[in-house]
Structure formats: structure tokens, C-alpha cells
Design a protein around this ligand. Structure first.
Ligand SMILES: NC(=O)C1=CN([C@@H]2O[C@H](COP(=O)(O)OP(=O)(O)OC[C@H]3O[C@@H](n4cnc5c(N)ncnc54)[C@H](OP(=O)(O)O)[C@@H]3O)[C@@H](O)[C@H]2O)C=CC1
Ligand SMILES: O=C(O)C1=N[C@H](C(=O)O)C[C@H](O)C1
Length: 271
């Protein structure tokens, strides 16, 4: 079978470079395009060289329509505006769209879901096996405890991260809310500051720390009367996010149109 032809969006970014490296080591996958923002100083540079590899002959371009003429998928770890701009082109070209970008709004998600009757999209705030297993555990624990256990989600990331709470924190919050059978939107507490009043029973709280080079730490704390359960994941390198994304692309190749998550890719739906 021919290699799956992948376009890396945000190829000059932290995740883009990790993806180019991981794809170069993955049998059955090849980088055929590298997308960057219009006006980027990196346009025309070689994607392999940017990723610390020998030149691969794939030059960074801002023209997704042109790049996608001969491609099977786009790996998108960019910014929300770029991802949303890519959605229509990816669907029109029949590309599998792997979306790792975080900070997506409810209306962004509606745009993404609007194409999934005709396109294959895999979206997740975290592509790692560990975090998706953690989410399954969080759902199970939340279902086992009543509201006398307060759920708090704490995340820490590097100082360059531009969105908060992290996509992973929301993914874990959704898992806790699903376990409890509540809607996260009406049961969350974010950005506490000043005279907040006492904690509202049943809320799922979020706190974000930023500093240094932390790849991504997440803890879900179930704080009950006289005891506390803490479930933690620490990412040590971006490589495993990229590996998860490439696994998702290979899994999605030839799937019927639909909206999928890493739960589907990793077979965790019944966990
Ligand atoms: N789901 C997951 O498992 C993971 C998700 N992420 C998410 O991925 C995203 C990217 O993270 P990270 O790589 O650290 O961020 P970076 O800022 O390092 O990379 C983003 C890249 O996207 C580029 N970009 C901006 N606009 C466009 C555009 N219109 N077209 C193409 N490229 C564009 C940026 O270029 P420029 O710098 O010129 O603006 C930059 O090179 C974030 O939302 C992050 O939260 C990260 C890790 C794992
Ligand atoms: O921006 C990052 O770096 C990361 N973003 C994702 C998130 O928002 O959860 C995933 C990971 O934690 C790294």
C-alpha cells in the first residue's frame, strides 16, 4: 500500500517540527507538504532542516489549496483561526483533518463538526495515550463519587502557551462531567480571584500555571471529606503527542466521514 501523504500545518512551530521528525521515522507515512502562516519568515525553508533532519525537499508554503492537490491528510497544530481556515479546504480536497490545536471556541467546534458529514476529522486536545487513559479513569472515578468530593483540575505549561485552561484540562473536565452526568458548561469554576464566595458544590474547578519549559502537566484532584484522590499525568516530550497524531492519521485513512476523537483511535470507547 502506498504511503499516506501528510501535510504538516504550523511546520515551523514546536509541534510541527516534532511531527516532521516523527513522520520521518514512521513506516507508511510521508511528509508531502508543510504549511506556515502567510508572511512567515520561514516560507521557502526546508521542513526537514527546520526539524533538525537532513533536507527533505519539502519547502514551507502558505498555500494549502496547492499543497493539498496530492495529499491524504493535514496534521494541524496551529492556532484556532488557521485551523478554521483549513477546515473548508481539507473537506473540499477530501483530506483527513487531524486537529490538535487548542483554544477552539464553541463556534469553532461547530464549524469543524459542520463538515463531518462529508469529511473525516479527528480532534483532541491531547493526542497522548496516557492522557486519554487518564480521562477514562477520571470518568470512572467521577461516576463512583458523589458531590461531597470536589473536582479541581490543575495544569502547568511552558511560558509560551497562549491559551488557558489547556485543551487537555477541558478534555479531563468533560470526562469528569460525563462521569457525574452533568453539563460542564453549567458546572465549572474558572479564574477565581478576589471575593469569590465559598466553592459551589458540584462545580469542576480549573487552575492554570505557566512557566519555564514544562511540556504539560495535568492533575485531577477529587477532594473529599477527610481524604483526597489525585490523578496526574506529566508529559516529558512533545514526541508522544506527534506519535499519537500520526497514529490517528493512519487509523483514519479510508474511514467513513465523521467526527472522531483519540478515544476512537485508541479503542477506549468502552473503557
Ligand atoms: N492536541 C495535542 O496533543 C497537542 C496540542 N497542542 C496544541 O497545538 C497548538 C500548537 O502548539 P505549538 O506547536 O506549541 O505552538 P507554536 O506556536 O510553536 O506553533 C504554531 C505554529 O502555527 C503557525 N501558524 C500560525 N498561523 C498559521 C496559519 N495561518 N497557517 C499555518 N501555520 C500557522 C505558527 O506560525 P507563527 O509562529 O509565525 O505565528 C507556528 O509556527 C496549540 O494550540 C497547542 O495547545 C500542542 C501539543 C499537543
Ligand atoms: O500548548 C501545549 O504545549 C500543549 N497543549 C495541549 C493542551 O492545551 O492541552 C496539549 C499539551 O498539554 C501541550
Amino acid at each position: 500500500m502506498a504511503d499516506m501523504r501528510l501535510i504538516v500545518a504550523g511546520a515551523g512551530g514546536r509541534m510541527g517540527r516534532a511531527l516532521v521528525r516523527v513522520i520521518s521515522e514512521t513506516p507508511g507515512a510521508v511528509v508531502v507538504g508543510a504549511l506556515e502562516a502567510p508572511g512567515s519568515a520561514l516560507l521557502g525553508k526546508d521542513a526537514g532542516v527546520l526539524a533538525g533532519l537532513p533536507a527533505n525537499g519539502v519547502e514551507l508554503s502558505a498555500d494549502l489549496w496547492k499543497l493539498s492537490a496530492n495529499a491524504d491528510a493535514i496534521m494541524d497544530f496551529t492556532v484556532p483561526a488557521a485551523t478554521i481556515a483549513n477546515v473548508a479546504i481539507a473537506a473540499e480536497r477530501g483530506l483527513v483533518h487531524i486537529i490538535g490545536t487548542t483554544g477552539l471556541s464553541a463556534s469553532d467546534m461547530a464549524v469543524i463538526k459542520s463538515v463531518t458529514s462529508r469529511a473525516v476529522v479527528v480532534q483532541s486536545g491531547n493526542m497522548s495515550l496516557g492522557v486519554n487513559l487518564l480521562a477514562a479513569l477520571v470518568k470512572r472515578v467521577a461516576a463512583s463519587l458523589d458531590e461531597s468530593f470536589d473536582v479541581e483540575i490543575v495544569e502547568m505549561h511552558h511560558k509560551a502557551k497562549i491559551d488557558a485552561p489547556s485543551g487537555t484540562a477541558f478534555l479531563l473536565g468533560e470526562a469528569a462531567a460525563a462521569g457525574r452526568g452533568v453539563d460542564l458548561h453549567t458546572h465549572s469554576a474558572r479564574g477565581r480571584d478576589g471575593q469569590t464566595g465559598a466553592r459551589r458544590s458540584g462545580d469542576i474547578g480549573f487552575a492554570s500555571l505557566r512557566g519555564g519549559t514544562v511540556t504539560g502537566d495535568h492533575s485531577v484532584i477529587f477532594a473529599g471529606p477527610m481524604e483526597r484522590i489525585e490523578l496526574t499525568h506529566r508529559a516529558e516530550d512533545r514526541t508522544m503527542f506527534a506519535q499519537g497524531a500520526v497514529k490517528a492519521a493512519l487509523w483514519a485513512h479510508g474511514k467513513k466521514p465523521g467526527f472522531y476523537t483519540m478515544t476512537d483511535v485508541l479503542g477506549l470507547t468502552d473503557f
